[in-house]
Ligand binder design. Sequence first.
Ligand SMILES: C[S@@+](CC[C@H](N)C(=O)[O-])C[C@H]1O[C@@H](n2cnc3c(N)ncnc32)[C@H](O)[C@@H]1O
Length: 198
Amino acid sequence: MHPVLWRWRFAARRPDRDEVREFIVRRMPRHGVVAEIGVDLGDFSEKILAVNRPRELHLIDPWTVESGEYRQREVALESARKLDSAGRFDLVRDRFSSDIAGGSVILHRANSEVAGAEFPDNFFDWVYIDGNHSYEFVRQDLELYFRKLKPGGFIVCDDYHHAGFWNDGVTRAVDEFMATGRARRIFKRRSQFVMRKR
Ligand SMILES: C[S@@+](CC[C@H](N)C(=O)[O-])C[C@H]1O[C@@H](n2cnc3c(N)ncnc32)[C@H](O)[C@@H]1O
């Protein structure tokens, strides 16, 4: 674990996931170039904007019915249940319309593999991975976006140690990636895993 900055202060109780995510976002480099892979309705994007104030926030999601494929099989999430894919995309576009107009939010309606190919290497200050949670996809996201990350940049993965219907794909992919020695583990709490590029 990393020094003081990352010491969890609330030892007396178990934090919820949103608290941990905010704790992490507060420790990410501010005013940088950021990507969120897997956006859904943009709830966490809004948190990133408010707390981290990125210069550019790239929101990457195909917003298709199949990308409700993160619901692989019949598992349904609240958000996707209520809105079809066009509705989800429109909602995000409207929600961030002024940031989009100002250039601080850029929407990429594509899967992470396709969108990732558009970015130069060493581009992002930090990336949040929360797209398709199956092992192959997470492994692919880690490989691709690690290249796109500046040295010293951070990748945060959601749903680490959360077995889910994706058969622990996130955990397996992250553990394998960490075993390559290319990144340092910085923090882990409540299904959030933070690594830093060496
Ligand atoms: C759990 S939701 C994201 C939630 C969001 N990060 C938040 O915390 O508010 C997962 C999203 O990943 C998207 N997704 C699925 N496969 C994807 C892929 N290959 N690339 C990018 N996004 C994907 C889905 O469309 C869905 O909106």
